[in-house]
Design a protein around this ligand. Structure first.
Ligand SMILES: *Cc1c(COP(=O)(O)O)cnc(C)c1O
Length: 812
């Protein structure tokens, strides 16, 4: 445990020890090594602890300030926090990078190696989890009193590798070497109950008699904003058994039975996304959601009661943001805590809960909207089920009062069809005061599709907050060369006020500046080439066009469109080997959900195509394809600064926002993209001459998907695509195996739900136009500079101010 900081204002202020002293002290007394025997990872731990000490001072000042001022508190509940490595970020935000570098230089050690020896906390899966992490950084920077609540997964998301081109999933073990950033709060433990039945007491009030109890133990990580002025907390819950050990069973020699309780309890926080193809897996997932949501709400109520008395005022002091529906059980759980534990009447409890809660929707995909079978819900959460029925009665009354002719059954949380389901999206909507989309287009589509009826009944509830990214991690830290050039040119005010990048705009016309901008990109491409060589043994030509698609593998994101176009390009190059081809490197990365067979087959296809193309010596360096394994925050930080071209090619209407698109454009990559998610707003900011838009728009997509589309006809009318599909069927990319990719061929020809064929030609010709523009580096670099200059609006600081003003009423 760290000692308390010295209060200022004492007569004799002790000089704080230097960072170097603190590192050495931690190496000896916390790690237990001397300098002669320390390995890189030991230095990493010692440095992290030294930085953490520095953060703790600001942390305590922040906490005291918030208590004193009564500033409204914001709680961000998220199943995922994809925070990435913390040391470099903390050093940078505390402005201690150069001091640390000098310390290691003196000892002949490389700070970079120390930083990369930190494991990447794999506590997220994709954009939703990364958004939560960017928001933590921005809340601390903007000065919002924010606490993030989530799960301390022991293994997090799986680690991806390839075996003969197929995805292999292995457990991540990020906690094995310990976690230098967290504080275990042994005194903060909340019980979370499951199962049993509901009876009533002498007054007829419901009493829940649960059959299972799991304890949630708190681990806190300090999150410092830019310059370390404001330090917030990320509190993650770890599951413990209610009883440490059943001693009588143990003493009778039944060691397995004695240990069983512990294993069952701890399974709750073992992994992110337990396989959900079994009933046990689905139940575990539901329990994870309830576990972290209930513990967080108990914690919030407890903290409120430390200096307030009247829980009816909870909404004046507290805003709770639900990151998607995973924590939507918060609606009945907060009602239950207020009613059953704190004695409020039901109607009042519901109004208080609704005043506190706000819900962010992240997807319109019907299969991704959470629905739990009534049977499972009733068995695990009998009391919540009663409360949801009562909430549905309120919703029904409100639907009828609105008089818009809406059928209450389409609005209620409980869907009685097919044996009955709890619709978590409806539950979150009904129980929140604000519901937000994550880009302008997505918000409009929400009103017209998934929440059409709810929007009619509650027309003021839906609003937009376009996502953003933190410029600290996604420019300052990941791209030191570019951030150095920017700071040299316009000063460093952009780090906390990204719209200042606008001052770079005139430099787009300055040939000398464009040349420096190009050199930065070239250096970053060299760095990525080294990484690719290390990871895959493939040698890249850093002067080729680096064309990059990195994101979760999903049909709607259309990695398939990209690889099909790659094959067509290969065919065209082979047919005309003396043509003036622009050399290209196609780079892919991303994980497929373990049970998503088609996505895993797409990975295999990309790897097989890579194998064929990279080993075709006749082609030389004209075309290369690489799939980097285990995409995560750390690999994104190396890949993104090296991109010339950013692939954002989802079927229009399906990508809620995207944030990868923002990271690339901020780092001077040009986008090839559809009019989808935040691409629409990126177009508005960078201007139509500086982005490559292709393909159908959301309305045309909806039209075509609603009936009459015959993909085999479309493929037949698209000769380049037809040729490629024929090649795949004939085993051209699979050593003659004609069966391997039958699933993909069948999908393209018979279903093509995500409309690869209708967008193929427009994608192809846009790519050829890009080839041409890239050849004139004057043209290309001018566009690239204008992208960086105009991406300031996409700072997560802007997004957080938007939430604070429009949703939380918590502007600092
Ligand atoms: C930004 C980010 C994402 C989200 O990428 P999209 O292209 O918006 O889907 C996913 N994973 C990681 C590691 C990221 O950094």
């Amino acid at each position: 445990m760290t000692t308390l900081p010295i209060e200022t204002g004492q007569k004799e202020r002790r000089r704080p020890p230097s960072l170097g002293d603190m590192i050495v002290r931690h190496l000896v007394y916390s790690v237990g090594k001397d300098q002669a025997h320390a390995v890189t990872r030991d230095w990493c731990v010692a440095l992290s602890l030294a930085i953490r000490d520095r953060m703790v001072d600001g942390w305590m000042t922040t906490t005291r300030r918030i208590y004193k001022s009564g500033q409204k508190r914001v709680y961000y509940l998220s199943m995922e926090f994809m925070i990435g490595r913390l040391l470099e970020d903390a050093l940078s935000n505390m402005e201690l990078t150069e001091e640390a570098r000098a310390f290691f230089d003196e000892r002949g050690l490389d700070l970079g190696e120390v930083l990369t020896s930190e494991p990447d906390p794999a506590l997220g899966n994709g954009g939703l989890g990364r958004l939560a992490a960017c928001f933590m950084d921005s809340m601390a920077t903007v000065g919002v009193a924010g606490i993030g609540y989530g799960i301390r997964y022991e293994h997090g998301i799986f680690r991806q590798s390839f075996q003969d081109g197929w995805q292999l999933e292995e457990p991540e073990d990020w906690l094995v070497g310990g976690n230098a950033w967290e504080f275990e709060r042994t005194e903060v433990v909340h019980p979370v109950n499951f199962g049993g039945y509901v009876s009533s007491d002498a007054n007829g009030k419901p009493v829940w008699n649960p059959s299972e109890r799991i304890m949630a133990a708190a681990f806190d990580t300090p999150i410092a904003g830019w310059k370390g002025q404001h330090v917030n907390t990320l509190r993650l819950w770890s599951a413990r058994p209610a009883e440490v050990l059943n001693l009588s069973q143990f003493n009778q020699g039944d060691f397995v039975a004695a240990a069983r309780q512990q294993i069952v309890a701890e399974s709750i926080t073992k992994v992110l996304y337990p396989g959900d193809h079994t009933p046990e897996g689905r139940e575990l997932r539901l329990k994870q959601e309830v576990f972290f949501t209930s513990a967080s709400l108990q914690d919030i109520v407890h903290r409120f009661l430390l200096n307030h008395e009247n829980l009816e005022k909870l909404g004046d002091h507290v805003a709770i943001q639900l990151n998607d529906t995973h924590p939507a059980i918060a609606v009945p759980e907060l009602v239950r805590l207020l009613e059953d534990v704190h004695g409020m009447d039901f109607r009042k409890a519901f109004d208080v809960a609704r005043a506190c809660l706000h819900y962010t929707n992240h997807t319109l995909l019907p299969e991704a909207l959470e629905r739990w079978p009534l049977e499972l819900f009733e068995r695990c959460l009998p009391r919540h089920m009663q409360i949801i029925r009562a909430i549905d009665d309120i919703a029904t009354a409100e639907v009828l009062a609105a008089g818009k002719g809406i059928d209450p059954n389409v609005v209620r949380a409980i869907d009685p069809h097919y044996g009955g389901f709890v619709r978590m999206g409806n539950l979150a909507f009904i129980g929140s005061s604000h519901v937000n989309g994550v880009s302008a287009l997505h918000t409009e589509l929400m009103k017209k599709t998934v929440f059409k009826d709810l929007h009619t009944v509650y027309p003021d509830r839906i609003l937009n907050q376009t996502n953003g990214i933190t410029p600290r991690r996604w420019l300052l830290e990941c791209n030191p060369r570019l951030s150095g050039l920017i700071t040299e040119t316009i000063g460093d005010g952009w780090v906390a006020d990204l719209e200042q990048l606008k001052a770079l705009e005139p430099y787009a016309e300055d040939a000398a500046f464009r040349e420096r901008f190009r050199r930065v990109k070239a250096d970053n491409k060299e760095r990525l080439s080294v990484y690719v060589q290390e990871q895959l043994g493939v040698k890249l030509d850093p002067t080729a066009l680096f064309d990059i698609q990195i994101k979760r593998i999903h049909e709607y994101k259309r990695q398939l469109l990209n690889i099909l176009e790659t094959m067509a390009l290969y065919n065209a190059m082979k047919a005309n080997p003396n043509g003036e081809w622009q050399p290209r490197v196609k780079i892919f990365a991303g994980k497929a959900a373990p049970s998503y067979t088609l996505a895993k087959l797409i990975i295999k296809l990309i790897n097989d195509v890579a194998d064929k193309i990279n080993n075709d010596s006749a082609l030389g360096d004209m075309l290369k394809v690489v799939f980097l394994p285990n995409y995560n925050v750390s690999s994104a930080e190396i890949i993104i600064p090296a991109a010339d071209l950013s692939e954002q090619i989802s079927t229009a209407g399906f990508e809620a926002s995207g944030t990868g698109n923002m990271k690339f454009a901020l780092n001077g990559a040009l986008t090839i993209g559809t009019l989808d998610g935040a691409n629409v707003e990126i177009l508005e900011h960078v201007g139509e001459d500086n982005i490559y838009i292709f393909g159908m728009e959301a309305e045309e997509v909806a039209q075509l998907q609603s009936g009459g589309y015959q993909p085999w006809v479309r493929v037949g009318e698209t000769p380049r695509l037809q040729d490629v599909v024929t090649q795949i069927s004939s085993g051209f990319f699979s050593h003659g195996d004609t069966e391997r990719f039958a699933g993909i061929v069948d999908n393209v020809l018979a279903h093509d739900y995500f409309l690869v064929a209708p967008d193929f030609d427009s994608y192809w010709s846009t790519q050829r136009w890009i080839d041409k523009d890239f050849r004139d580096q004057n043209v290309w670099q001018r566009k690239a500079v204008l992208n960086t200059a105009n991406m300031g609006w996409f700072s997560a600081d802007r997004t957080i101010r938007g939430y604070a003003k429009d949703i939380w009423n918590a502007l600092p």
